[in-house]
Design a protein around this ligand. Structure first.
Ligand code: RAM
Length: 332
């Protein structure tokens, strides 16, 4: 009896001193994608599960609306508040529209972090960018120049019109295009495929019709870049129109082989999901509060420091071409 009482006290004391992590409580973290059926987020979910296994005290649930809309995500957020999840890790379809519901979540003690596509500063505790936005913008323009040379008409095929990440990258790419080295690359149109394969494909076809001299499509979305490359192949435009952008090696290998794509880039989406859950767990333990200067450990990926906007970037974009695409296609 004496022994039993002692162990009860040890348990109570360790709970008070060490917090819920060591008291055996499980945290439920919701990973919310822009939409379902997108291989990028499925890969991020795999990484998120790796982080949960490594941490041991976390369960990750994966959700996303059927279409990449803010309304769909708001419904999901409201149900996560009702379920009393511990944290929401979300890639936003709109920087502003989710803020009221995410604020409500934070008021109820739920930790909120955006990853991939950001939420406005007051609607989350921190944001994890995959990479530096400026670097991504530069990479997109450089890959275009490598494909078509110094001059020609180019168009951008984006995801949803309100997507925070694509809009930032487009803004950065436009800045790069004003540099003297790129002055003859003429951006003629920006269109939106909403991260839907069919719509992206049709938007690419309309670009071919509207701009007969088009030489390149930049698609900073894994869904859009694969759909545009397929349209180039189907319409027998390989060699006259090149597609580049951000893609998954597993979805792009065939398009590199066909010649529709010379090169494209991406970061590791599994690492991004892993890092986001690692960051969420630091918010849950109280080690990170989302303040400028906070150092956030991303486990095997490294450590990042939050800037004045409560943001950090995970790594650099990596590019793929015929020399390495097959090798990475096995992973994501
Ligand atoms: C799509 C999504 C995602 C983006 C990638 C590059 O899968 O729009 O948010 O990061 O493309």
């Amino acid at each position: 009896m004496k022994m039993q009482l002692k162990s009860v006290w040890v348990f109570v004391l360790s709970t008070i001193l060490l917090g819920p992590t060591f008291a055996g409580n499980n945290y439920k973290i919701a990973l919310v994608a822009k939409s379902q059926g997108n291989g990028f987020f499925e890969a991020a979910y795999q990484g998120a599960q790796d982080a949960a296994r490594e941490l041991g005290n976390i369960k990750v649930i994966y959700l996303g609306p059927s279409k990449p809309t803010a309304e769909g995500q708001i419904e999901i957020i409201n149900s996560l508040i009702a379920q009393k999840v511990s944290a929401i890790v979300i890639s936003a379809n709109d920087p502003d529209a989710l803020v009221p519901s995410l604020k409500k979540a934070m008021d109820r003690g739920i930790k909120v972090i955006s990853f991939d596509s950001g939420v406005r500063k007051d609607g989350r505790m921190m944001h994890l960018n995959p990479s530096s936005n400026a670097l991504i913008g530069e990479k997109l323009v450089k890959m275009t120049q490598e494909a078509i040379g110094d001059s020609g008409e180019i168009a951008i095929l984006s995801a949803a019109a309100q997507a925070t990440n694509q809009n930032m990258w487009i803004e950065e790419a436009k800045k790069v295009l004003t540099q003297p080295a790129y002055k003859n690359l003429k951006l003629v149109s920006v269109v939106y495929g909403d991260d839907q394969t069919d719509k992206s494909y049709r938007e690419a076809q309309s670009l071919f019709k509207s701009f007969p001299n088009l030489k390149a499509i930049i698609a900073p979305t894994t869904v859009g870049v694969a759909a545009a490359a397929k349209a180039v192949q189907d319409e027998k435009k390989v060699g006259s129109i090149y597609v580049t952008g951000l893609g998954l090696p597993s979805e792009m290998a065939g398009h590199v082989k066909s010649g529709a794509v010379k090169s494209f880039a991406i970061w590791n989406p599994m690492d991004l999901g892993y890092s986001s859950v690692m960051a969420a767990s630091q918010l849950l333990s109280g080690k990170v509060r989302g303040k400028a200067g906070d150092r956030v450990s991303l486990g095997r990926v490294g450590t990042v420091t939050l800037d004045a906007n409560g943001e950090a970037a995970m790594s650099s974009p990596f590019s793929y071409d015929a020399s390495n695409v097959e090798k990475f296609a096995k992973f994501f």
